[in-house]
Design a protein around this ligand. Structure first.
Ligand SMILES: NC(=O)c1ccc[n+]([C@@H]2O[C@H](COP(=O)([O-])OP(=O)(O)OC[C@H]3O[C@@H](n4cnc5c(N)ncnc54)[C@H](OP(=O)(O)O)[C@@H]3O)[C@@H](O)[C@H]2O)c1
Length: 317
């Protein structure tokens, strides 16, 4: 049985509120994960040039298209412009490389992965001399041409703070539909949510489970979100898993959320979040777990003039 995932309609774009994440999904497992997800009802698939797995994500998507499971227009494929393509003359190069790898003619949404630009060829800077100071507003303007050319249906931001979103909104011709940021009870970012909602920009929550243990920036074993006693107890109360509670926490508040898994049973489990509701009290209880903890810190761009997280306290590394 396939689950019908609700959508949010914004600026003519229908965003499915739950998407499959693919960061750190290995090339040899992600095509199957995408296939399992689409069969079960996922339509929103999130990848990025940075993840190095667009070819296999695209393989899973193309398999589902070629055997008639879905039509292209029913899918919502998102990828991201990496920071080494921020110079306006490089933006189309980044987009074309992603489309080639995905094996698609267009994506449904193209996000700027983050505000700081890097010179390359190092994917991530190893020193400040690798920083590029292209203004992300100029990058945005070059991204707008990609919509004109039909290479992406819509545009969005990722890892932008409210000041940075505001600058783009002030100068844009095509409005960002989403800002994709880290959000979970250890980093609720209520001010950023309030700001984006006041501007009609959808917040998409990433790392809802606290990201993957191998690359995650756990403070200690006590900071494993999926094992937090409050989250676990809430799961028992609603007869749901901690993961399902953590997804519902976002959906309940009108946000969209990305859940990464390559495990078929979890991909299915993460879809079973449309048959219960958290009370306002429980949402407040989850918000009160805040410890301003980021799992994804962009530490390598810490001294970049456009480093986004200065106005949001971070935990120690
Ligand atoms: N824009 C950005 O800068 C940015 C940054 C980070 C993430 N993202 C996007 O957001 C997506 C989600 O974030 P994330 O990958 O950081 O981490 P996440 O979704 O919070 O967590 C993924 C981890 O949770 C496990 N998991 C999944 N479902 C589970 C369940 N039901 N029960 C227990 N464990 C479960 C996964 O294991 P298995 O896979 O082994 O099942 C994996 O280890 C990413 O994949 C990516 O698409 C974007």
């Amino acid at each position: 049985m396939t689950v019908n995932i609700p959508t949010i309609l914004r600026s003519g774009v229908r965003l499915p509120i739950l998407g499959l994440g693919t960061w750190k999904s290995k090339p040899n497992e992600v095509a199957t994960a995408v296939r399992v997800a689409i069969n079960a009802g996922y339509r929103h698939i999130d990848t990025a040039w940075l993840y190095g797995n667009e070819a296999e994500v695209g393989q899973g998507v193309r398999d589902a298209l070629s055997d008639g499971t879905v039509k292209r227009r029913d899918l919502f494929i998102v990828t991201k412009l990496w920071s080494t393509f921020h110079r306006p003359e490089d933006v189309k190069l980044g987009m074309s490389d992603s489309l080639d790898k995905l094996g698609l003619d267009y994506v449904d949404m193209y996000l700027m992965h983050g505000p700081p630009g890097f010179k390359g060829p190092n994917i991530r800077p190893t020193s400040e001399s690798d920083y590029d100071d292209t203004d992300y507003v100029d990058t945005w303007k070059a991204m707008e041409s990609l919509v004109d050319e039909g290479l992406t249906r819509s545009l969005g931001l990722s890892n932008f703070n409210s000041r940075q979103v505001d600058r783009v909104l002030h100068d844009c011709r095509i409005k960002p539909v989403v800002n994709q940021v880290e959000l979970h009870p250890y980093l609720p970012q209520l001010d950023l949510i309030k700001y984006c909602q006041s501007k009609d920009v959808i917040l998409t929550a990433y790392s809802p489970f606290g990201s993957t243990p191998d690359g995650g920036n756990y403070i200690s074993s006590e900071s494993r979100l999926l094992e937090d006693p409050v989250v676990v107890a809430m799961g028992k109360k609603y007869e749901k898993t901690p993961a399902q509670v953590l997804l519902r926490y976002h959906l309940e508040r009108g946000l969209s959320v990305l859940a990464k898994s390559v495990t078929p049973a979890r991909i299915l489990q993460n879809l079973e979040v449309f048959d219960f509701s958290l009370t306002e009290d429980d949402i407040n209880k989850l918000n009160s777990l805040n410890r301003n903890h980021r799992y994804v810190t962009w530490e390598y761009s810490r001294s970049h003039k456009y480093y986004p997280f200065d106005d949001q306290p971070r935990s120690a590394q």
